[in-house]
Design a protein around this ligand. Structure first.
Ligand SMILES: Nc1nc2c(ncn2[C@@H]2O[C@H](COP(=O)(O)OP(=O)(O)OP(=O)(O)O)[C@@H](O)[C@H]2O)c(=O)[nH]1
Ligand SMILES: [Mg+2]
Length: 302
């Protein structure tokens, strides 16, 4: 295994080969990976989660943010969570095309992660990866997830700042998820503000926030047109303001608790023999009055 010093040196030189190798090595749970993770000395590098419905413009927006930060001389890592769903194949191809300018940039590291097959969802594997990235010289970590279902809630458990990207036509969606969205977002972006209904949608969003949380807890709303790079300065400023407020001790603790339980659970799951358990289950479930609690009990403390 490579040393952190070698990996960091590679990152400084814009050579991500050792970093990519170490990531695969950790993902494959090679011998020594646990000790390696325990030896990391992560820096306080902000993790910014960007989430929102499919096609809202997250990747286009991230591309603008990368441009902004790279111009400031920062090193940026982007993790794009591939939902491994046939519905998103086209979109992922789109991402590749949009992000292609950045693949060759020595200050930009991009990695796609598949969520399929990950017990414990998005967080599993992500904690390791983000901690490694925080230890090898990046200044900012961006994570893109498609906000369908659980992933946006999970991202909020990992990111210091969660940016929820909405589009004017998302009115119904917002209505349905309003309290959930308010809980996870530190910043709202209304992208595609070139659409005529953007103003009305923004007002609607602000109105809902007042209704849900009162005037004291209005979450900043930034209007952007990612395809024209409009509103990016404002978004960067909103992120910086949120970061400079610092995380409250309570939120910091909540984030750590959620990470800690994920790490412990993932560790305990590793000692289980999945295929064997599933085979046993296939037989047990045929029985009359099959009780899942009783079945599960056999695997406690193994
Ligand atoms: N009119 C308009 N189109 C936009 C804007 N931002 C992005 N788009 C377009 O919207 C489409 C989707 O953009 P993406 O950046 O791939 O969206 P995404 O949220 O990353 O999509 P998924 O990763 O599939 O969820 C593309 O065709 C973009 O060119 C905008 O501000 N205005
Ligand atoms: Mg995308």
């Amino acid at each position: 295994m490579h040393t952190i010093k070698d990996i960091s040196q590679g990152v400084v030189n814009g050579d991500f080969l050792l970093l990519a190798k170490s990531i695969s090595w950790i993902e494959n749970r090679e011998v020594g990976a646990d000790e390696f993770l325990e030896s990391l000395q992560p820096n306080l590098v902000p993790i910014i989660g960007v989430t929102g419905p499919p096609g809202a413009g997250k990747s286009t927006l991230i591309s603008c943010l990368i441009e902004h930060w790279v111009k400031e001389g920062k090193r940026v890592a982007i993790l794009s969570v591939d939902p491994s769903s046939p519905f998103h194949k086209g979109a992922i191809l789109g991402d590749r095309i949009r992000m292609k300018d950045w693949y060759m940039n020595p200050n930009v590291f991009i990695r796609s992660l598949a969520t399929r097959g990950h017990l414990g969802g998005l967080m599993n594997g992500m904690i390791e990866l983000t901690t490694l990235l925080q230890s090898v010289g990046f200044d900012i970590i961006l994570i893109e997830t498609v906000g369908v279902g659980q992933s946006e809630v999970e991202i909020a458990g990992l990111a210091d700042t969660t940016v929820v990207v909405l589009v004017p036509e998302a009115g119904d969606e917002v209505q349905m998820m309003k309290s959930g969205l308010m809980e996870i977002a530190q910043i709202f972006v209304v992208n595609k503000s070139d659409r005529p209904d953007a103003e009305a949608f923004t007002n609607h969003l602000l109105h809902m926030m007042r209704e849900c949380m009162g005037d004291a807890h209005i979450i900043p709303v930034v209007k952007t047109i990612a395809t024209q790079q409009a509103g990016i300065i404002e978004l960067v400023a909103a992120i910086a303001a949120q970061q400079s407020n610092g995380l409250s001790t309570i939120r910091k603790k909540q984030l750590l608790i959620s990470k800690l339980y994920q790490i412990i659970a993932a560790h305990q799951m590793r000692s289980l023999n999945g295929p064997m358990i599933e085979a046993e289950l296939a037989t047990a479930m045929q029985k009359k009055h099959f009780n899942i609690f009783k079945f599960a009990n056999k695997f406690f403390n193994v």
